[in-house]
Design a protein around this ligand. Structure first.
Ligand SMILES: Nc1ncnc2c1ncn2[C@@H]1O[C@H](COP(=O)(O)OP(=O)(O)OP(=O)(O)O)[C@@H](O)[C@H]1O
Ligand SMILES: [Mg+2]
Length: 369
């Protein structure tokens, strides 16, 4: 490389690095939106919920504030999860929610350049991708680029960008499970299914209604999951907690005791399906890649990975080493954050808005001269 082209390369590198300085990393999940601002840490970690007036359509509250209303909404209020299933199900509300969180993340920062890296589900359609980009751009972020969830989760879980051997990362979110096989900083294989930890809550609500005659809310089901559910057979099947709701027969307020033994098979049905997705994906791998995974095993990320005993259950079923990433809920956003420090990587993994793609390609091509 001549001196001239070396200089060009450095200029290009700087240009690329500047593109992502003072940036935001955004993991907009169906359950929670997490935003890290470079150099400032986690600035937003709130439920992806919006409270809306049913009469006027006006947005009344967002995030934690909306969650406080959830399940106990006033007569003319409805609380919605605009990203249910990980894509933009409700475009207008997604935009409003994202704009709110971005403002919150930027609070107190002057001269903040509005650039963001967002994660998206592998396999989302072009239309869904454009909807997300539009939402982000209309939320007041000047430049938005996207990386597949699986790659971000792998980076955040400690997989190195230049690692030539393959790693398997499974992100279990509220409503999605993504299996990503990553090598050389790129996705080798990926599968995303619309099933997640929230499906355990739904199965519990359904079971308690049908078999015990009590209607319970989502928050009660979530508490039950956290306190009583285990992916492996619980040590103490008789452990019980009291749950309250509305008696289906009498329509009056009611309560009952429920044991770990009763909810285990209900939750297990969902856990079994999630692990089936992992096994199916591993069965599709090329031989060399499978060999790498045999040595290295599986890394679990996402809030759902924290279900009691899940790592042990996945280990039993796959007969592979399994570990849960540190702070599994933050794995994706930490991975996004790392790309700020790896400008060369941007070129390979990031998709940007149509206008911006050109900028990135121009800046990146300066690196190759
Ligand atoms: N300690 C825990 N035990 C069991 N489940 C947990 C625990 N902590 C969080 N969860 C579950 O994790 C889920 C949320 O995970 P996460 O925050 O990764 O979702 P998300 O990224 O918003 O969703 P998605 O990626 O599907 O869009 C919730 O269903 C929650 O109940
Ligand atoms: Mg997620």
């Amino acid at each position: 490389m001549s001196l001239m082209s070396k200089t060009a390369a450095f200029t290009g590198l700087d240009a690329l690095r500047n593109l992502v300085s003072d940036s935001m990393a955004i993991d907009m999940g169906s359950e929670a939106t997490i935003i890290v601002v470079r150099g400032r840490g986690v600035m937003v970690d709130e439920p992806s919920l919006v409270a809306v007036s049913t009469s006027t359509g006006e947005v009344l509250a967002i995030g934690l504030e909306a969650q406080q209303m959830y399940g106990r909404e006033a007569r003319d209020v409805t609380v919605i999860a605009p990203l249910l299933d990980g894509v933009v199900a409700d475009f207008e509300r997604t935009k409003v929610m994202l704009a709110h969180f971005v403002r919150q993340a930027r609070s107190g920062i002057s001269h903040f350049s509005r650039r963001a890296i967002m994660s998206v589900l592998s396999g989302i359609t072009q239309v869904e991708q454009r909807a997300l980009l539009n939402a982000a751009e209309r939320a007041g972020i000047g430049r938005v680029c996207m990386i597949e969830n699986g790659l971000a989760a792998a980076l955040g879980a400690g997989v190195k960008i230049d690692d030539t051997r393959a790693s398997a990362v499974v992100d279990i979110g509220g409503s999605t499970t993504s299996v990503a096989i990553v090598a050389n900083g790129a996705m080798v294989h990926a599968r995303t299914e619309r099933i997640g930890s929230r499906d355990i809550d739904a199965a519990i609500i359904d079971h308690v209604r049908r078999h015990r005659g009590l209607a319970i809310g989502e928050q009660t089901a979530e508490r039950l999951k956290l306190e009583l559910v285990s992916a492996t057979l619980p040590d103490n099947l008789a452990q019980e907690i009291t749950i309250k709701g509305r008696d289906i027969l009498t329509s009056s307020p009611g309560a009952l005791e429920i044991t770990a033994g009763e909810v285990y098979p209900v939750a297990h049905e969902v856990v079994r399906k999630i692990v089936e997705i992992i096994s199916m994906t591993l069965a599709e791998l090329p031989a060399e890649v499978a060999g790498d995974i045999y040595d290295r095993g599986i890394i679990l990320t996402g809030g759902g990975a924290q279900l009691s005993g899940l790592d042990n259950y996945v280990r039993d079923q796959t007969r592979l080493p399994v570990r849960i990433a540190d702070e599994p809920r933050y794995a994706i956003v930490r991975g996004l954050e790392q790309t700020f420090a790896e400008p060369l990587w941007l070129r390979r993994v990031i998709r940007c808005g149509p206008d911006h793609l050109l900028d990135f390609e121009r800046d990146a091509s300066a690196l190759e001269t």
